[in-house]
Write a protein that binds this ligand. Structure first.
Ligand SMILES: Nc1nc2c(ncn2[C@@H]2O[C@H](COP(=O)(O)OP(=O)(O)OP(=O)(O)O)[C@@H](O)[C@H]2O)c(=O)[nH]1
Ligand SMILES: [Mg+2]
Length: 492
């Protein structure tokens, strides 16, 4: 996906590299290339203009930090602005006891396929979805949905003799509720072009069946046309989200970048293949990373992160000192950590005992980090603050659906988080020396674990301690031992 956009951005950045300092002149030249790359990817002209304006504004305002080369700074700014352009995204389907979801779009955009993909995702997350064949234009459309329904073992409500889609949808809602289904997904008819008749039909379904969520399915291959049709649909129907399909080829992909800016409607999911499981929740960070080339970005972020994220680190430290460690802090920790290296290694270094390590054993891939981040993003502030207290079975399901994971992964996350929070709390109550010792102890523990990925660390600095220092250390040690004993007695 986006190979050509990637290539042209790379060459734009290459032009900037080698410049020792970011001046207005050389930056303008570099950004001119970025602009060209975006236009070639079929991003709308206005969007590109605004985008370049805000990137240059930020780049010029940014102090050029010694450790970072100008190119890198520009890439970082482009990345941030891309994320802003496409986000924020809420990939939750906002499920209730019974949820009606209507999919609409032009002919061949992928509505029917996407209905089935959504149903499969919901079913995997423990929901009971049901499909409604409300495209009565062609008998083949009904058959297509039925075949897909069979494939994923989800019931399909259809009636070859019905001519009125509103009547069918209303009947379907009753039947769906009676059958115990909790989500009904309506597959509606498409047209080659937007016309009054199609819009009227969709509006009357919208008015009389009152779907909770209306999603527009847009063929990602069609670039600007896709964005224009999205605008027309949104004017007529008030969409809750857009699902972009066919993003699996080497597309120009401009639609992904423009849709949100032009229509104000967020992209919720991406269709990335013909197969039924090829549906991804949309993530602006992931997409920006993909566009800029993941590898480069990771390497870059490592260096930039060291410098730029000092603020973030300081903020986190302050919060930690206040004794708070919630999933919010955990998330920013993941963000920081993601820039530094494999997760399990870092967690090993942080300590946190066997439970944390066991839970983190397999968490070393980028995608898993993204999943964890997605899960946290799908939570409410309360849930992030105190997951154990707030997240019950139904919330767990909602979060899982929202982030496209299995409910048990939410449980795993909470399990992993709890001991970590306790450890953070414990550490915060210690003095600096005790804290260091505690970390050491954790490290040693981590080293003795065959799964731990820590490198052996040289202990001791070689500096000889004076008798006074030794006595002080001994006292500290005894104090710490007494404290640990007390803790043990209390049973925590
Ligand atoms: N490569 C790829 N193909 C897709 C994707 N989504 C759908 N398709 C294909 O696009 C074609 C049209 O998909 P449909 O789901 O029938 O589209 P529709 O919007 O229901 O079409 P009409 O009902 O005729 O309006 C099919 O051949 C699908 O297999 C995708 O994400 N990637
Ligand atoms: Mg169809």
């Amino acid at each position: 996906m986006f190979e050509s956009l990637q290539d042209s951005l790379q060459s734009a950045f290459r032009r900037l590299s080698g410049q020792a300092k970011l001046t207005e002149a050389n930056m303008r030249e570099g950004l001119q290339e970025v602009r060209k790359a975006l236009l070639e990817a079929d991003v709308s002209y206005k969007v590109v203009q605004n985008f370049i304006d805000s990137v240059s504004e930020r780049a010029l305002g940014e102090q050029v930090i010694n450790a970072i080369r100008p190119t890198e700074l520009v890439i970082k700014i482009v990345y941030d602005e891309l994320v802003e352009l496409m986000g924020p995204v809420d990939t939750s389907l906002h499920l209730k006891d019974f949820t009606k979801i209507m999919l609409c779009g032009l002919q061949g955009s992928g509505k029917t396929t996407t209905c089935a993909k959504l149903a499969r995702m919901l079913k995997k997350n423990g929901k009971k979805p049901l499909l409604v064949a409300a495209d009565l234009q062609r008998p083949a459309a009904i058959k297509q949905l039925q075949v897909l329904g069979e494939q994923i073992e989800v019931p399909v409500i259809a009636d070859l003799n019905e001519k009125d889609p509103v009547a069918l949808c209303r009947r379907a809602v009753k039947e769906a509720k009676a059958s115990g289904a909790d989500v009904a997904i309506f597959d509606t008819a498409g047209r080659l072009h937007i016309d009054d008749e199609l819009m009227k039909q969709l509006q009357s379904i919208d008015n009389k069946v009152e779907p909770d969520q209306v999603y527009l399915v847009v063929d990602g291959m069609t670039g600007q046309d896709a964005v224009n049709s999205a605008k027309a649909f949104n004017d007529a129907l008030e969409l809750n989200g857009v699902i972009l399909t066919k993003l699996d080829g080497d597309q120009r992909g401009g639609a992904v970048l423009s849709v949100k800016e032009v229509t104000g409607v967020p992209v919720k999911f991406l269709g990335v293949g013909e197969h039924i499981e090829e549906l991804e929740p949309f993530s602006p960070e992931g997409m920006a990373g993909r566009i800029l080339g993941q590898g480069d970005l990771a390497a870059l972020a490592q260096r930039v992160g060291d410098v730029i994220d000092e603020d973030e680190q300081r903020r986190m430290q302050e919060e930690l000192e206040k004794g708070e460690f919630t999933l919010v802090q955990f998330r920013s920790m993941l963000d920081q950590v993601g820039k530094m290296g494999p997760m399990n290694k870092l967690m090993g270094m942080m300590g946190g005992g066997k439970e944390v390590r066991d839970a983190m054993k397999d968490v070393d891939s980028d995608s898993q980090m993204k999943r964890i981040r997605g899960m946290i993003d799908s939570m409410t502030p309360d849930e992030r603050r105190n997951p154990k207290k707030y997240i019950d079975v139904s919330r767990r399901r909602r979060i899982a659906a929202g982030s496209g994971v299995e409910p048990n992964e939410i449980t795993d996350l909470i399990k992993m988080f709890e001991p970590m929070r306790d450890m953070m709390k414990k550490m915060n109550s210690m003095g600096p020396i005790a804290k260091m010792k505690y970390m050491r102890q954790m490290q040693r523990e981590a080293m003795s674990n065959p799964n731990g990925q820590l490198k052996k660390e040289k202990v001791g600095t070689g500096k000889r301690l004076s008798p006074k220092e030794k006595a002080k250390l001994k006292k500290q040690k005894e104090k710490e031992l007494r404290r640990l004993k007390r803790q043990k007695r209390r049973g925590d």
